[in-house]
Design a protein around this ligand. Structure first.
Ligand SMILES: NC(=O)c1ccc[n+]([C@@H]2O[C@H](COP(=O)([O-])OP(=O)(O)OC[C@H]3O[C@@H](n4cnc5c(N)ncnc54)[C@H](OP(=O)(O)O)[C@@H]3O)[C@@H](O)[C@H]2O)c1
Length: 226
């Protein structure tokens, strides 16, 4: 009975993760989070349980852990994320950097920390962090998106540290760029549909082995430069 926990699953890529996993049959248990579970009606039809989670709030991480109790989680998909329109130095503020870093960089690690005993109890021990190629310093030729790019770079660094700390226990901790996808965040001009992106990411997830821990992939399974 593999159990998946997907954060930020009420719309966009998180909802499509839930939809595709829901076609795998009754043995696949899908737990999903939303900031407002009562409004996540599409999601509720697809999953076993919708749990409340505000990724930016450590008290909410603790409440999630309490709701999970001792249930094992095989795969944590840290998907919740925010964009930023602070595209120039002029628009950059401390508040905006902190807002974006809290959700995109700090929350995935702190959520993993809060529910580590559940992931330890799972068979796959996998932490699948949704990052962005915009976090690649090597690929940064265009600048802009200061908080978003830097938050995903920080997420990558934190994920590599996590992978090193947990590899002795057989954990697989990776980061994945979903491609440029038509969601509220990606916008209508994006090159991929959510269906295509999630198909690719689930294929990658299904084939992961502990020796892949610490790698930075895209949705097609290609590794990306740091
Ligand atoms: N779409 C792309 O082209 C693209 C490219 C690269 C990386 N990504 C990454 O892919 C992931 C999913 O993006 P998406 O395109 O599906 O974005 P989206 O359509 O904007 O959906 C974002 C999701 O994250 C949730 N979220 C935001 N802040 C949250 C918070 N504080 N606590 C809990 N949940 C929160 C949202 O919940 P609410 O509805 O409550 O706001 C929503 O469910 C993100 O990590 C994003 O950075 C996307």
């Amino acid at each position: 009975m593999p159990t998946y926990l997907i954060t930020g699953a009420n719309r966009g890529l998180g909802l499509e993760f839930a939809r595709q996993l829901s076609t795998r049959g009754k043995d696949t248990v899908i737990l999903a989070t939303a900031r407002e579970p009562d409004k996540a009606t599409d999601l509720a039809r697809l999953v076993h349980e919708v749990l409340p989670l505000d990724a930016a709030d450590p008290a909410s991480h603790a409440a999630l852990a309490a709701k999970l109790g001792d249930r094992p989680v095989d795969v944590l998909i840290n998907n919740a994320g925010v964009s930023s329109d602070a595209n120039s130095l002029e628009k950059l503020t401390m508040e905006e950097l902190q807002r974006v870093f809290a959700v995109n960089a700090f929350a995935p690690l702190l959520i993993a920390k809060a529910i580590l005993r559940n992931i330890r109890a799972g068979d796959r021990k996998t932490i699948f962090n949704i990052t962005s190629q915009l976090g690649s310093i090597a690929n940064n030729k265009g600048g802009s998106s200061y908080p978003y790019r830097a938050s995903k770079t920080a997420l990558n660094q934190l994920t590599v540290s996590l992978s090193n700390e947990l590899k002795g226990e057989g954990f697989t901790c990776i980061m994945v760029h979903p491609g440029w996808v038509k969601t509220d965040m990606g916008g209508p001009n994006a090159t991929l549909t959510p269906e295509q992106s999630i198909e690719g990411m689930l294929k990658l997830l299904d084939g992961l082995k502990p020796e892949d821990t610490g790698k930075f992939y895209d949705y097609s399974g290609k590794t990306l430069p740091w």
